[in-house]
Design a protein around this ligand. Structure first.
Ligand code: ADP
Ligand code: ZN
Ligand code: MG
Length: 644
């Protein structure tokens, strides 16, 4: 049962690349501010220097200097190309009474140099200590070159940032590749870290071999594929595999996500592609990995609202670059996508991404292997049975399983235990499937009763329906976003096909909750919304996609869906007549009503069991498979009738 106030399917885990890195602002906030700061600083330094010199150093004309030199009043001096500085006998200050006369005071002086070939001779004859300094090369460099250039650079950076603040990045960076260069030794990921996709690894092993010893391939004249496209649903380890290839071959790994190419300005993406390949050529052998290729590889000519030209140009540039390099240079292009259907056909042509590697959801064996990979470093108790968990996680991706293992370790840590036990794994499984428990959510007694009847309704219908997935757990502990209680049904094994009976069984089970509510309370509630949604979707798919309705027939009917407009030939209109549409609606209605009637019949027949199991559930809050089955009388396990 779900709380309609908070929609969202807790099963769907969306993974997206992190937000675009924002350059730190603030320091360069406004160039005018910066300019002002620099100017004020310069002014202050200048003023300070001036005032210090004014008060302590007397500037005298050159003639006065010569005069004093002749009078031997110059004690010592330093000669620089521009000026002469030094100590001279101080001009006697106006004496006041009572002040003792000092024999000799010196004062600092400076004078601007005049071209004077006799200077040295005069200094000699006056017996003055004199020396000359050559301005150090470094300070000369700093003052006459680096400082001014630095100041102008800062001003420029400030200005350009300010001007492009709206655009989100600096003009300086426009077109610069943001490829992240991973250290020479590759990525540190090996094939051992990837489990459950033997075929994919087998295919990619060839790429690794080639990168390791390209000469062997060259000698045989063998051509290695230029581009390898990893295809598979999200979270199946495509990115991981690409990194593993680089790690196994110990080569540099240039990784970029498709969305990083597509920018606001037309042409930026294209120049990024150019830049990326140029960089990669300098680092061969290496791997260029383009993640989420569909972001740029979308079919051309398909109008999407914005960034269309940009995307097209980027794609064209990618095609050009792909044609322009020879894989024997040691560059292999890897890409990943979960939407191969929308990729431009030119990308798939021979000589481009012509090698396709399928990375599918793992089967039970694969899931166990993945669980084992992620159990590394997590000490398991002797009762932990990964095989069991693998069987219960049909349909989960590698990312889901990695998440599950981590959750289990977290739960064990929360118990302050040293080992991860089977109970932790099962708890983590539920958490991943249905969201975390929300024990703090307090339901009123009456609502709790309703939730309990609703869930037991699902469970009893499942128990009495052939083809339904067995009940693993019934619970009235609220979980995740909006689930007030839930009935966990898991298939005994991985399923790739569903028969008509199985689909109808699913719909019937979904109706069980509402049917129980109606029987017990004489009135339905909003709690069945999600069940109705599941049922309706399944029924519609049966009718429209699987040809499982006699009155509609075998036609595969693509309903109008806004997201499907990218498919050529389908432009927003359903490809069938209004008459068929009506037939579909009626048929969906009929299936749902039949399922609801069946569910109600089962529960009415087993009303006593419904009461008993619900009482037990209210007491215990959760019933696992064994506890639930123990409560059922033989009659409740008898199938009423196979759904039709
Ligand atoms: P994709 O790129 O296909 O969406 P990722 O490669 O990003 O998926 O996978 C995300 C995470 O899930 C990985 O970092 C890894 O921890 C885990 N994972 C996914 N598939 C596997 C697998 N086959 N073996 C081991 N770990 C996996
Ligand atoms: Zn329900
Ligand atoms: Mg990925």
């Amino acid at each position: 049962m779900r709380n309609p106030a908070s929609p969202g399917n807790p099963l769907s885990s969306q993974k997206k690349n992190g937000p675009e890195k924002k350059l730190p602002e603030g320091f360069f906030g406004s160039p005018w501010q910066l300019l002002l700061q620099v100017l004020v600083a310069l002014l202050l330094v200048w003023l300070w220097q001036e005032s210090v010199q004014r008060t302590t150093v007397t500037t005298i004309p050159y003639s006065a200097f010569l005069d004093k030199l002749a009078k031997k009043e110059i004690v010592e001096c330093t000669i620089t190309p521009e000026e002469i500085q030094g100590k001279m006998v101080a001009p006697a200050p106006a004496k006041k009474e009572g002040e003792t006369k000092k024999a000799e005071t010196t004062a600092l002086f400076r004078t601007v140099r005049v071209e004077d070939p006799n200077l040295v001779a005069q200094l000699q004859s006056a017996h003055t200590t004199y020396s000359s300094v050559r301005p150090s090369l470094l300070s000369q460099l700093i003052f006459s070159w680096i400082l001014p250039i630095g100041i102008f650079f800062l001003i420029w950076v400030g200005l350009s940032r300010w001007m492009t603040r709206g655009a989100g990045y600096s003009l300086l960076n426009v077109g610069k590749s943001r490829a992240r260069l991973v250290a020479e030794e590759g990525t540190g990921v090996s094939f051992e870290d990837v489990a459950g996709c033997q075929e994919a690894k087998y295919e990619l092993q060839e790429v690794v071999d080639f990168l390791k010893s390209p000469d062997r391939y060259r000698a045989l004249g063998a051509k290695i594929p230029k581009g390898v496209l990893l295809i598979g649903p999200p979270g199946t380890g495509k990115t991981l595999l690409a990194r593993a290839v680089a790690g196994e071959a110990h080569v540099a790994f240039f990784s970029l996500s498709g969305s990083e190419f597509v920018e606001m300005f037309v042409g930026v993406g294209a120049s990024r592609v150019r830049d990326l390949f140029a960089q990669a050529k300098g680092r061969a052998p290496c791997i260029i990995f383009i993640d989420e290729l569909d972001a740029i590889g979308r079919q051309r000519g398909v109008r999407i609202a914005m960034g269309h030209d940009e995307q097209e140009q980027t794609l064209n540039q990618l095609l050009v670059e792909m044609d322009g390099f020879d894989p024997n240079e040691g560059i292999i292009l890897l890409a990943a996508t979960n939407r191969p259907d929308i990729l431009d056909r030119a990308l798939m042509r021979p000589g481009r991404f012509d090698r396709h590697v399928l990375v599918d959801l793992p089967d039970a064996q694969g899931r166990e292997a993945i669980l084992k990979v992620h159990a590394r470093g997590k000490p398991l108790a002797s009762d932990a049975n990964l095989q069991d968990i693998a069987h219960a996680t049909a349909g989960m991706s590698g990312a889901d399983l990695a998440n599950l293992m981590n959750e289990a370790a977290l739960l064990a840590a929360r118990r302050k235990a040293h080992l991860v036990e089977q109970a932790d794994l099962l708890e983590a499984l539920e958490k991943v499937v249905a969201g975390p428990e929300r024990r703090s959510l307090q339901l009123a007694e009456e609502e709790k009763r309703r939730v309990a009847y609703h869930e037991v309704g699902h469970a009893l219908v499942a128990a009495a329906t052939p083809g339904a997935d067995p009940v693993r757990k019934v619970s009235i502990i609220p979980r995740g976003r909006g689930a007030l209680g839930y009935t966990l049904q898991l298939p005994p094994a991985q399923q790739y096909l569903f028969t008509r009976t199985q689909l109808l069984a699913k719909i019937r089970c979904a109706m069980g909750g509402r049917a129980a509510e109606e029987i017990i309370f004489g009135e339905v509630s909003t709690g069945a919304e999600n069940d109705l949604e599941v049922g309706t979707t399944l029924a519609r798919q049966m009718v429209c996609l699987y040809g499982m309705s006699e009155s509609v027939g075998l036609a595969h009917l693509i309903p109008s869906r806004p997201g499907l407009t990218e498919v050529p030939g389908v432009d927003g209109h359903a490809e069938y007549s209004g008459e068929t549409a009506r037939l579909v609606d009626l048929e969906v209605q009929r299936i749902l009503e039949k399922a609801y009637g069946d569910a109600k019949a089962i529960l009415q027949k087993e009303r006593k069991t419904l009461e008993e199991v619900t009482a037990e559930l209210l007491k215990k809050e959760t019933l696992d498979a064994a506890a639930f089955l123990a409560l059922l009388p033989e009659s409740a396990k008898q199938p009423l009738a196979a759904p039709q």
